[in-house]
Design a binder for this molecule. Structure first.
Ligand SMILES: Cc1cc2nc3c(=O)[nH]c(=O)nc-3n(C[C@H](O)[C@H](O)[C@H](O)COP(=O)(O)O)c2cc1C
Length: 204
């Protein structure tokens, strides 16, 4: 599919504006989850770990996702609060790489997003001890039934362990497929999340 945004992004000076446009293009082109991104962290031994999460907030402050802070990724981020994100939009032949330190989103922001989720997902957040061994599917379904009965038709609060994380980028690279593997790569980087962006073109 032809990209909706002009193919030439090499003069772009604002990586957040460019990302917003590419995400908009992906929303129009991808069959599902245009906001899916690989999240890479490292464990206590420095061994990398990666999994998909959904981008649930994005602005000049960074890239936000939500998860169980007691999961593998949550524990890894507690020990080393740094991450890389990777978007790959296949039908657009585009990739975006993001790296930076990670902060918690405020409780108020996490509460507001949690409250916007479907009721079943909110109950699921209580029922799932994410990334810990589960003896059977039945045990999970039993936990869902227990929390469904517990909350009845009332409010479902956000579990304290269910939190938002914001990757504050110090590097964002935009990659676009070009013929003969002579791809375009534009990398923005800055020394710290509040610094000024520098831009450079990279060999493919
Ligand atoms: C497309 C896609 C989106 C996902 N989004 C999330 C998400 O937003 N939050 C989350 O906790 N897990 C999400 N998952 C599940 C994670 O990939 C992963 O299985 C889970 O979070 C446990 O990871 P961990 O053991 O490394 O902590 C998603 C999986 C896929 C395939």
């Amino acid at each position: 599919m032809e990209a909706l945004t002009s193919g030439d992004f090499s003069n772009e000076t604002d990586p957040f504006g460019l990302f917003a446009r590419w995400l908009e293009d992906a929303t129009a082109s991808e069959p599902n989850d245009p906001n899916a991104m690989a999240l890479a962290t490292v464990d206590a031994d420095g061994l990398p770990d990666a999994r998909m999460v959904l981008l649930k907030g994005f602005d000049g402050q960074g890239f936000v996702f939500y998860t169980n802070a007691e999961s593998a990724k949550g524990r890894e981020l507690a020990a080393v609060p740094k991450a890389a994100l990777l978007f790959h939009w296949k039908s657009l032949r585009r990739q975006v790489r993001v790296r930076g330190p990670v902060e918690n989103v405020t409780d108020a922001e996490a509460d507001a997003y949690f409250a916007s989720r479907p009721r079943g997902s909110r109950i699921g957040a209580w029922a799932s001890q994410q990334s810990r061994p589960l003896e059977s599917r039945f045990a999970l379904e039993k936990a869902v039934a227990v929390y469904t009965a517990k909350f009845g038709v009332g409010e479902i609060p956000r579990p304290a362990y269910w939190r938002g994380f914001r990757v504050r980028p110090v590097a964002i690279e935009f990659w676009h497929d070009r013929p003969f593997r002579l791809h375009d790569r534009i990398r923005f980087h800055r020394p710290a999340p509040d610094g000024a962006w520098q831009r450079e073109r990279l060999y493919p």
